[in-house]
Design a protein around this ligand. Structure first.
Ligand SMILES: [Cu+2]
Length: 494
């Protein structure tokens, strides 16, 4: 026997050891990663947990020894020519242990974390059908999952390689084909039909006593609009959106105010446009003076902004921006005045509408949420009511439902005194998406609801007019500052 056959090949040994190490370590690392909540401690030897480090070293050594043992086994086989261990048997047993542990893990998960995934105690009328549908689907698929997964691994175990056995060549069986086609067909037909009828019921005609509530999504928040005493929501259009009319309701005074503001802004921009040539000259003069006196070295930041303005003016970018702004504002003005001609559109229904930052509903009363979005696609999500609907700019959507559990009742059933229903945004819509929600309160009686609604200010009243005037004044001051800034940028007026 040649000496080199006795040598243990380091390559295969390291591979085996690494493979075993990864198998053992991966779940540990994943578990550790999932548990990381606290920020890492400052690095210091004193913080080291020597017991666990030594445990890890020991575990590593054990793994290396096992890997070595396998290698020695392989070597013995090579020397003696006799089979010491069978990888087929080892793999078969690994398969069966794996599936038993995995399925046990699935049941364990269901028992301890199922409450977070599986639904329960829905707070809306259609929610109960929805939940029952969910359970039927879950039941069927879970049963099939357990049976097929177990069989898959059991067959690996049962029919592992055996040199005394020859595999059966089995080409086709009509009976089997028929069974595994018909059974899923029946089950799927049942599930799909049930889903279809439920969805048609949820999205079907709403009853006459259904109350409309407009739900408005924007980056990043929600606003709701309730009809006033006339029980009718006013028309709206995104072109009417302004500081004092965030939902763009077709209301005379607000829209007139917006028209006035827009006209003023256009006039200001046009004045800037008229003096653009002089501005360019003045900026050039100032720029040259800055450079010739060496100020550009003393005040590099000021020089940078001056140079940017000067470059913009010389290249024509300044004028083009002004032109674009004027065009944009004029387009808005044109659109608004087209709407203004339509007296049916400005029917006064919106004057007493109430824009609120909370949604209040009465138990067992049907509601139809009419969704709108201002900027990007959002999604209104009320998990407790089993409601979800996309809110798309320019495309109104709706969802009708009836709440069946008050906030107080929900607090009691959930054993959480601080519980509140919320409408969340369920579409990643930007940086503050995570914080985009509005509280939904379900009250017991119409009286409670009426008290709340009465406390909400309508779009136009003397009281709100005062407040909006103040707001307007604030925004005007802001506007004034902006104008001043713009004018200061215009050197001819200095
Ligand atoms: Cu959003």
């Amino acid at each position: 026997m040649r000496f080199d056959t006795l040598r243990i090949r380091p390559n295969s040994f390291i591979k085996k050891a690494l493979l075993m190490l990864t198998t053992v370590l991966t779940p540990w690392i994943l578990m550790a990663a999932a548990d990381v909540v606290e920020p890492p401690k400052e690095f210091s030897l004193a913080n080291w947990d020597w017991v666990s480090i030594l445990t890890w070293v020991l575990a590593l050594l054990v793994i290396l020894v096992i890997a070595r043992a396998f290698d020695i086994g392989a070597l013995t086989e090579k020397i003696t020519g006799k089979s010491v261990m069978s990888w087929n048997n080892i793999n078969a047993w690994i398969a069966i242990i794996f599936i038993v542990l995995s399925l046990a893990g699935v049941f364990w998960e269901l028992k301890y974390h199922g409450q977070y995934v599986l639904l329960g105690d829905s707070s809306s009328l259609h929610g109960e059908t929805y939940d029952s549908m969910f359970y039927w689907t879950f039941g069927f698929t879970f049963f099939v999952f357990v049976v097929t997964e177990f069989l898959l691994f059991y067959f690996m175990f049962r029919y592992r390689y055996n040199e005394n056995r020859k595999a059966l060549y089995y080409f086709h069986n009509n009976k089997l084909e028929v069974i595994w086609t018909i059974v899923p067909t029946i089950v799927l037909t049942f599930l799909v039909l049930r889903g279809f009828t439920t969805w048609s019921k949820i999205t079907g005609e709403v009853s006459k006593d259904t109350q409309d509530i407009e739900v408005f999504a924007y980056q990043f928040g929600w606003k709701a609009r309730y009809a006033g005493d006339d029980q009718q929501l006013g028309n709206q259009n995104f072109n009417f959106i302004s500081g004092t009319n965030p939902l763009g309701v077709a209301e005379d005074s607000k829209v007139e105010e917006l028209i006035g503001d827009l006209k003023k802004e256009v006039a200001q921009l046009e004045a800037l446009q008229a003096s653009a040539e002089d501005s360019t000259k003045a900026w050039k003069a100032r720029h040259d003076r800055f450079v010739s006196t060496g100020l550009h070295i003393t005040y590099p930041e000021d020089y940078k902004s001056l140079k940017a303005k000067y470059t913009d003016a010389v290249s024509g970018a300044y004028e083009r921006t002004l032109e674009k702004d004027i065009k944009r504002k004029k387009t808005a003005l044109n659109r608004i005045s087209e709407y203004r001609k339509d007296k049916d559109f400005f029917n006064g229904a919106g004057d007493d509408d109430k824009v609120t930052t909370e949604i209040v509903l009465v138990k067992n009363k049907p509601y139809n949420f009419k969704f709108r979005a201002r900027d990007v696609i959002h999604s209104a999500y009320m998990p407790h009511f089993r409601v979800q609907m996309n809110c798309v700019p320019g495309m109104p959507t709706s969802f009708a439902f009836t709440p069946t559990m008050t906030t107080a009742e929900a607090r009691q059933t959930k054993g959480n005194k601080e519980f509140d229903y919320y409408l969340y945004c369920n579409k990643i819509c930007g940086a503050a998406h995570y914080n985009m929600k509005i509280k939904v309160t379900v009250v017991d009686s119409e009286a409670e609801y009426n008290t709340w609604l009465a406390s909400q200010a309508p779009l136009v009243t003397p009281a709100i007019a005062e407040e909006s005037q103040k707001e307007e004044k604030d925004s005007k001051t802001e506007m004034g500052e902006m104008e001043t800034a713009m004018l200061t940028n215009n050197p001819t007026l200095n």
